[in-house]
Design a protein around this ligand. Structure first.
Ligand SMILES: Cc1ncc(COP(=O)(O)O)c(C=O)c1O
Length: 492
């Protein structure tokens, strides 16, 4: 495992500990828990104390103390001239288990809903490197421009931007409405734009404002685990709707039990990249209208397309207002910006604005002002254009490397947009095992099987993100992955 991944992991363990405990004890406990939880399996080489000190912002002696203590207790072994390794003496978690999220250790006292949220966590601890899916390369963001713009608005002359932001920053709504009109062929009045802290919150707002506890929601299967978790936590009953090569494919029997909400990613289905065909779009709009269902269109990464033009939105095609459009700045700016937007039918604007203010209380107006100017000054388009070129190259390198190292063992349908590629195995393979083993070798990926709600439909595969990996690292990481896969195939 790469030293940086290990320090990210340790950072998460550290954050769970009380600040009243001495730092050297916390570092020791973080390492010990990571080893005992099986997150750092036997044989893992630990980062040098210098790296530990840099990444965790601790003194070098603090790391040295933790290593010495763990060596004394038999958790790690120091190899002269080489470094420290997790000892074989530590009982390992069974290999076939997918890596569990860290925060799940304590379960008692939780509600059924809380337990379900904790047990079904899907977000990745790694945010960078081969092949974390769905994350952009934040290191290539134009920091200097952003710093200038945010700095401009973080000033006493703009003190009002530090207040609650119930309705979002007006000029940003105008800018986004113009942008959507031009790039997504959407007739949008700026009033229809609701600015919100990320897509998960946007989806939560839709669920709470449009559906009641126990109502049915359709999701694509395979589909975005995040939507699944948010909708379930909001009390909806999920119906997984399978996909075919034309996108989400509900049958007449499905429509006989119509949903209240349909969650769909028509321009680039997550994770497969399938595009919902025009015929299916029209049918979905028509049927949803008849059934009184709301469609939530997740348009999370359509800017990052590798074909000539982005595809038109479903929202823009709808003649009757049954679609709620959801866009995010996580992929084109950076995930930590936590800014997403909904475009809602005019009749819903007031209620959604109130819901947003009452449930989550908006803020971040200075960033919103900076973003409006970032877009107006042309930096947004320039950054997207630049990143599209870089990601396009990385995508090609990954496609080539996978073909070279794995040939026909895997296939990909390579959608036209996005930051990841889904590979399917041509023979039965436990993809969670492949993921766990490749993680131990420093390569992060996601099993395709985790994206299915219907267990019977599960297909093995891997979701590989290529965006946050320097180009020259893609080939070696693909080779490591191929070795793990071959080992796994031979074991069967
Ligand atoms: C399918 C899909 N939709 C939306 C998002 C964006 O979520 P957010 O805006 O909360 O970062 C993601 C991020 O990974 C995603 O994969």
């Amino acid at each position: 495992m790469e030293p940086r991944l290990i320090t990210q992991l340790l950072d998460q363990y550290l954050q769970r500990q009380s600040a009243s405990v001495k730092l050297r004890i916390r570092v020791y406990l973080a390492l010990r828990s990571a080893i005992l939880d099986g997150e750092l399996p036997a044989g893992t080489k630990l980062p040098p104390t210098r790296v530990l000190a840099e990444d965790l912002a601790i003194g070098r002696n603090t790391g040295v103390h933790a290593y010495e203590q763990l060596t004394a207790e038999g958790y790690i072994e120091a190899r002269v001239g080489d470094g420290s390794y997790v000892s074989d003496a530590v009982t390992r978690r069974p290999k076939h288990e997918a890596p569990k999220r860290l925060l799940g250790a304590r379960r008692e006292g939780l509600s059924r809903r809380g337990g379900s949220i904790a047990n079904n966590a899907g977000s990745s601890i790694a945010q960078r490197g081969a092949f974390t899916p769905g994350v952009p390369d934040v290191e290539l963001f134009p920091f200097h421009i952003w710093r200038r713009l945010v700095g401009k608005y973080l000033d006493v002359s703009h003190a009002h931007l530090l207040q609650y932001a119930h309705a979002g920053y007006g000029p940003l709504k105008v800018t986004l409405a113009n942008y959507l009109r031009v790039t997504r062929m959407m007739p949008v009045d700026p009033k229809q734009v609701i600015i919100i802290n990320g897509s998960h919150q946007a989806l939560d707002l839709c669920a709470r404002m449009l559906a009641d506890h126990g109502d049915r929601a359709w999701i694509e299967d395979p589909g975005y685990w995040g939507a699944r978790n948010v909708l379930t936590a909001a009390g909806l009953q999920l119906t997984p709707i399978p996909l075919d090569d034309k996108g989400m494919a509900p049958t007449p029997e499905d429509w006989a039990k119509p949903p209240r909400l349909v969650f769909v990613s028509p321009s680039s289905q997550y994770p497969t990249g399938t595009v919902l065909t025009l015929e299916r779009r029209l049918e979905l709009l028509e049927q949803a209208d008849q059934a009184g269902a709301w469609i939530i269109e997740d348009d999370y990464d359509n800017e990052l397309h590798f074909s000539d033009r982005p595809l038109a939105s479903l929202f823009g095609l709808a003649s009757r207002q049954r679609v709620i459009y959801m866009g995010t700045l996580s992929k084109v700016m950076f995930p930590g910006i936590r800014l997403a937007y909904l475009v809602v039918p005019t009749d819903l604007v007031d209620a959604f604005t109130i819901g947003n203010a009452e449930l989550y209380r908006g803020g971040r107006l200075a960033e919103q002002a900076a973003l409006a100017e970032f877009i107006e000054e042309g930096h947004f388009t320039a950054h997207i254009k630049r990143m599209r070129g870089i990601y396009g190259e990385r995508r090609e390198v990954l496609l080539d490397a996978m073909q070279r190292h794995l040939g026909d063992t895997v296939t990909t349908t390579a959608g036209h947009a996005g930051l990841q590629l889904v590979y399917r195995f041509q023979q039965p393979v436990d993809d969670t095992m492949v993921v766990a083993q490749s993680l131990a070798e420093g390569v992060v990926c996601r099993p395709l099987s985790m994206y299915y709600l219907d267990q019977a439909r599960r297909q093995p595969g891997l979701n590989l993100g290529f965006a946050a990996v320097p180009t020259e690292r893609i080939g070696p990481a693909a080779r490591t992955l191929a070795t793990v896969i071959e080992r796994e195939l031979q074991r069967r």
